[in-house]
Structures are given as structure tokens and as C-alpha cells.
Design a protein around this ligand. Structure first.
Ligand code: OOG
Ligand code: MG
Length: 253
């Protein structure tokens, strides 16, 4: 099947909240094809009126790579429809998992690839964040190409209160994921590529390579600091990061 057809299959699965077989089971396609499929599937979302709000990085921590058995950095696109606040319904998802992350708000257009040292000059604010991932593949199993084609399992983002960035240290902060008030995963922001600024820098490199410019006002999710956890209805999910307001969401039926 061609990339456009594969993009339609994965888009339809996401739209209808149901799983599909891994695309790689019946198709041979490269990582470049996978990013092309992702781009085309997002174009279908845009045709339905969704707006790009930023990018997410994935597999930026050892814990995530180990959990999913995939060891390359990946990136996906975030749209306005993926943003949740207050409450979210399980009916919007297939088999969602939550991840503890931090998120950057971009202060100016990024025209070139920048280094981790330069990254702070491009950040307006930072917050604690929950990412909801929801693979469109059966049993949440995939190859590297499959997960990239599936927009890196992106399904939801919940942001804590933005805190203006004025040079404060963001490395080595404790970060945890709580369900119903109980800590179920914990780590530090240093788990994110050794330093979350490296994740921001990697996002600018990939954005350049794939010609998806990062703009002022975009958000960049740095990637999960720990393994992800399945979530269920009638629960509350919280991410705490030292020095930041918590990100929180109630999960309803
Ligand atoms: C892919 C998405 C990984 C992260 O933060 O590492 C990711 C997946 O595990 O389904 O979002
Ligand atoms: Mg993530």
C-alpha cells in the first residue's frame, strides 16, 4: 500500500478509537516513509480543522525505551484537539497510558538547529505536563516505523500552570506520576536525555530535517521521564515536578 493509504488507515483508527493491525505486518516501509505517513495523517486532521500546536519528543528516557523495546528518539505532532484540561472521557481513547513530562513554550521562531546551550534563549515558559499516549495498534505493540507512522501514540496533553522561564535550573528536578494521589512512577528530569534541554535541541534538529518549523507559541513536550502507566475511568492523574504547579486531570467514563 502507498503512504497515503497507510495514513488513512492510521487516521481512521485514531478517529474511531479502535485498534488496527501493525502496519508493518503487511507492508514494508522505511523510517522515512513512516514520517511521511505521519505527516499525511496529520494533514487529514488539519483538513478536519485541527491546528498544529507543537511537537512531542519520545523515547528520550531509558525507562521508556526499555518499556517499549524501541531505542531511537522519535518525534510527533500535537494538535489543538489533543489538549485537555479539567476532565477527559475514556471514550476518547482506546487503551490510554499516562506519562510524566515537562513542556516548553517557545518564545520565538526557530529557524535553525540549535544546541542545548542555546535552547534557553528560545523558551518563554515551562510547565509540568501529563502526556496521554494511546497506540492505535493492538496490544500497544509496534516497531519503530509503526509508532512513528502512528504519530508516536500522541493522544492527549494536559499542562500545569506555565511558569515564566528566567534561567532557573530545570535539570535534576524530581518528577512523579500519581494516580488517585498515590505515586506510581518517579524519576528526575535528568532521565530525559541526561538534561531536558537536549530534548528541546533534538526537537529543533528534527524540525529542520523534516521541514516542520517550530514557531513562537508552539509547545514542545520533552518526553517521559519514567515508564508510562495505563489509566482507567474514575481516577485522577497528577504529575508533580519540583518547583512547578502540578498538572492534573480527572478521568471520567
Ligand atoms: C510512544 C511514545 C513515547 C515518550 O514520552 O517517550 C513517548 C509510545 O510509547 O507509545 O511519548
Ligand atoms: Mg510522551
Amino acid at each position: 500500500m502507498d503512504n497515503a493509504t497507510l495514513a488513512e488507515i492510521i487516521d481512521r483508527a485514531a478517529l474511531q478509537c479502535r485498534t488496527t493491525q501493525q502496519l508493518s505486518f503487511s507492508n514494508v516501509y522505511s523510517l522515512d516513509d513512516a514520517y511521511d505517513i505521519q505527516k499525511q495523517s496529520i494533514a487529514l486532521r488539519k483538513e478536519r480543522g485541527e491546528k498544529l500546536v507543537g511537537l512531542k519528543m519520545g523515547f528520550t528516557s531509558e525507562a521508556k525505551m526499555r518499556q517499549m523495546g524501541v531505542s531511537d528518539l522519535i518525534w510527533g505532532r500535537l494538535t489543538d484537539q489533543m489538549m485537555y484540561a479539567g476532565e477527559m472521557s475514556m471514550s476518547k481513547f482506546i487503551h490510554p497510558r499516562a506519562e510524566p513530562e515537562i513542556c516548553f513554550l517557545v518564545s520565538r521562531d526557530v529557524e535553525v538547529e540549535i544546541s542545548a546551550d542555546q535552547a534557553p534563549e528560545y523558551v518563554d515558559s515551562i510547565c509540568a505536563a501529563i502526556e496521554i499516549i494511546d497506540s492505535r495498534y493492538e496490544n500497544f505493540k509496534f516497531s519503530l516505523e509503526d509508532v512513528v507512522a502512528d504519530n508516536c501514540s500522541s493522544a492527549g496533553v494536559i499542562l500545569g500552570e506555565w511558569q515564566k522561564f528566567h534561567g532557573q535550573e530545570i535539570n535534576n528536578l524530581n518528577i512523579n506520576l500519581k494516580i488517585n494521589g498515590e505515586v506510581i512512577e518517579e524519576g528526575t528530569t535528568a532521565n530525559i536525555l541526561g538534561n531536558p534541554w537536549k530534548s528541546f535541541a533534538a526537537a529543533t534538529r528534527l524540525a529542520q530535517k523534516f521541514e516542520e518549523p517550530i514557531k513562537k507559541g508552539h509547545i514542545i513536550m520533552a518526553g517521559s521521564a519514567t515508564a508510562a502507566k495505563f489509566i482507567a475511568k474514575d481516577s485522577s492523574i497528577t504529575v508533580d515536578v519540583d518547583g512547578f504547579e502540578s498538572a492534573e486531570i480527572k478521568v471520567t467514563e
